[in-house]
Design a protein around this ligand. Structure first.
Ligand SMILES: [Zn+2]
Ligand SMILES: [Zn+2]
Length: 223
């Protein structure tokens, strides 16, 4: 499954100045993949084979379950069970039981939606890097953004080589905006803790009320 990368989608999410534009884009990519899996993906032998091998994580199973095609999910899960039955066998010995246990736990870690999403998102990391190098307007937008959740900051660092000659400047910009965001988060956490000191009883929490939701967003993005 291939999706066209629209620079318009990237610009739109940076313009909105949300907590992490990449989390917003990732949500769209995940939803498209889930829709596809329950539609044409059910009939596609290659996709069925991959579902068979990888299955779904809890988050994506729940997302698929919320979608209208329960039949599609039922077909995909029937396929997935072929792999599970290869692992769940009568254990021949304790050694065999331990082997099965290891295999089964490994099966529970894989997810085709997570896998496809991660692959699609690489195109966004690269395009953002290229937009930064080629478009002055986008560069200014990124510099004024709220930075990213830690996972997406890490991903942008990983693909920074696509900035070409602007690489060094791009890395500095990313670090500056991320550092600013994290310092602000720490300041809000300190304010929040200080407001709980008995000497400050009755004082309004103000912006410090956002400290914990904000740090959650720094660490886990928009799950
Ligand atoms: Zn994010
Ligand atoms: Zn998943």
């Amino acid at each position: 499954m291939q999706y066209h990368i629209s620079t318009g989608l990237i610009v739109k999410h940076f313009e909105q100045n949300c907590n992490c534009p990449l989390c917003e884009m990732e949500k769209i990519v995940e939803t498209n993949i889930c829709r596809e899996l329950l539609a044409d993906g059910c009939m596609d032998d290659d996709v069925r084979k991959q579902v068979n091998e990888m299955g779904f994580c809890l988050k994506h199973f729940e997302q698929l379950y919320e979608m209208p095609s329960k039949l599609g999910l039922s077909l995909q899960m029937t396929t997935r069970m072929n792999t599970i039955f290869k692992v769940v066998r009568q254990p021949k010995s304790l050694k065999d039981a331990k082997k099965q246990s290891k295999q089964l736990l490994k099966e529970l870690e894989s997810c085709i939606v997570c896998d496809f999403t991660a692959k699609e998102m690489i195109k966004y990391y690269k395009t953002i890097t290229q937009l930064y190098s080629n478009e002055q307007e986008f560069k200014a937008m990124l510099k004024n953004s709220n930075a990213f959740c830690l996972k997406h900051y890490a991903k942008l660092l990983e693909y920074a080589q696509y900035a070409g000659f602007s690489q060094k400047e791009y890395l500095s910009t990313l670090y500056e905006i991320q550092n600013k965001r994290l310092k602000k988060s720490v300041q809000l956490l300190n304010d929040f803790s200080n407001r709980h000191d008995y000497r400050n009883l009755g004082k309004p929490l103000g912006e410090a009320t956002t400290a914990l939701p904000r740090i959650k967003s720094d660490f886990f993005g928009k799950k």
